[in-house]
Ligand binder design. Structure first.
Ligand code: IMP
Length: 196
């Protein structure tokens, strides 16, 4: 069994990783490691943030460490909210506040139909003892709908409709989302590399 330490305290993420990685992997996270230093997200790209976290945590724990960073890029907003996705409407903004700000910014752009192109990106960094062993990325293309729909998921899920589907991420079951999401794609490519 391969052991991985996820640089997160988010149990939802840990479950998602464990599900996608499958039975060959034992996934732990930082939930029971209160002594770990706070993780900085000061990079300008998702990969930079994932690297910062993976290096910091792998210096503190003798394990194979995976750190992730993810967010939404909207073309008409020149890639915003990007690495600021979690705090787009302010440091402690709720998902609903972030979604409302994004829809308001898009409305101000007075876009033509079809110009609401967006993508979710996820970057994973794999590290041991402070050294980066690999970077894995996943992308899912889609559009931003005008009105939020659905109640599953989190973050920007109610306004993101993946290309080729007529439902938003928040209208998909976790299983359906996990087949196509940016995070799932990044985790699959990490899995392939670890099993190679
Ligand atoms: P982090 O990777 O946990 O730092 O997440 C960054 C932010 O990006 C989240 O707080 C969400 O706002 C957004 N985000 C990342 N992945 C998703 C997703 O799968 N659905 C909706 N929002 C997401």
């Amino acid at each position: 069994m391969r052991q991985l330490l996820l640089a997160t305290r988010n149990a939802h993420k840990t479950r998602e990783f464990a599900q996608i990685l499958g039975a060959e992997f034992e996934v732990r996270d930082l939930a029971n490691a209160p002594q770990s230093a706070p993780m900085e997200e000061t990079g300008l790209t998702f990969a930079e943030n994932a690297i910062l976290k993976a290096v910091a945590i792998s210096k503190q724990f003798p394990a194979l460490v995976v750190a992730d960073d993810s967010g939404l890029e909207v073309e008409a907003l020149r890639g915003a909210p990007g690495v600021y996705s979690a705090r787009y409407a302010g440091e402690r903004a709720s998902d609903a506040e972030n979604v409302a700000k994004l829809l308001a910014e898009l409305a101000r752009c007075e876009l033509e139909a079809g110009a609401r192109v967006a993508r979710f990106r996820c970057a994973l960094a794999l590290a041991r003892e402070g050294k980066i062993l690999g970077i894995f990325e996943g992308v899912v293309e889609g559009t931003i709908v005008h009105t939020p729909r659905g109640s599953a998921g989190f973050g920007y899920d109610p306004i993101f409709q993946p290309a080729g589907l007529s439902r938003t991420f928040a209208e998909l079951s976790p299983l359906e989302k996990n087949r196509i999401s940016h995070r799932a794609r990044a985790i699959q490519s990490l899995r392939a590399a670890l099993l190679a």
